[in-house]
Design a protein around this ligand. Structure first.
Ligand code: PEP
Length: 249
């Protein structure tokens, strides 16, 4: 059975108190379903509060939006994977387009971050995707494959099997534009082939970019999509509870 994964990226929203209130509302609106999991990526300061608020529901997973690759030390302002795990995180976003394009994160940084997350037993959710200029130039697959090989190319099969990949075209994030279900599906097929060709067992590939309650069902009707990574439409707990009940496994 396909198990759908709905991941919420709260970006720089919702502090600890707001996270607790959010989770309370969400849990009142969404009962566990065996065919899906819901993951939350709060800002670092809210990870512990969110993890506590979700602690007795193993279908609800809390992760961190970014990690630094060193485990500890004099690195002011960043969070390591072991520290995030100590706060209750079970997953880490890596290479989100806002990290790559606003903060200058490189492909090599994503490789180190994936490795650090795996060492700390966090599930890395590697974000890949092309800019509009790259898409218009016909370079979508070349960019995505470059990002995959840079971040994951040195992993063995068991490690590769623990990674989740999110295909997030940069031009679709926070813009209200999204890839058609068929376009997304075609890229997902290539990502899945790349992962399975390198030993990943049943890899999960999510789609992200302006997903909302109106377009989620059409996207998830594509069997290539194992779930969605959602920013803006995940910030309201009632709307998110509705969105996560979309789609059939
Ligand atoms: C994201 O932040 O990963 C994202 C896909 O954002 P949005 O849903 O707002 O486009």
């Amino acid at each position: 059975m396909r198990r759908l994964l709905f991941a919420a990226n709260w970006k720089m929203h919702l502090g600890p108190d707001e996270a607790r209130v959010y989770l309370k509302t969400f849990r009142a609106r969404y009962n566990r379903r065996d065919d899906r999991e819901v993951w939350f990526f709060p800002p670092g300061v809210s990870v512990e509060a969110a993890a506590q608020a979700a602690r007795d529901r193993n279908d609800l997973v809390v992760g961190v939006q970014d990690v630094y690759w060193e485990p500890k030390g004099a690195f002011t302002g960043v969070i390591s994977a072991p520290l995030a795990a100590q706060a209750g995180a079970r997953a880490a976003l890596v290479g989100h387009s806002e990290r790559r394009h606003i903060f200058g994160e490189t492909d090599d940084d994503t490789r180190r971050k994936v490795s650090a997350a795996l060492h700390a037993t966090l599930v890395p959710v590697l974000c890949v995707g092309e800019t509009l200029a790259e898409r218009d130039a016909g370079h979508t697959l070349a960019v995505v494959m470059r990002q995959l090989s840079a971040a994951l190319g040195s992993l063995d099969g068991p490690a590769m099997s623990r990674v989740v990949v999110a295909y997030e075209p940069v031009w679709a994030i926070g813009t209200g534009r999204n890839a058609t279900p068929q376009d997304a599906s075609a890229v997902h097929r290539e990502i899945r082939a790349w992962l399975t060709g390198r030993g990943a067992d049943a890899p999960r590939v999510l789609y992200g970019g302006s997903v909302n309650v109106k377009n989620a069902a059409a996207l998830l009707a594509e069997r290539e999509l194992d779930g969605v990574l959602v920013g803006g439409a995940s910030l309201d707990p009632e709307g998110w509870a509705q969105l996560v009940q979309t789609g059939a496994a």
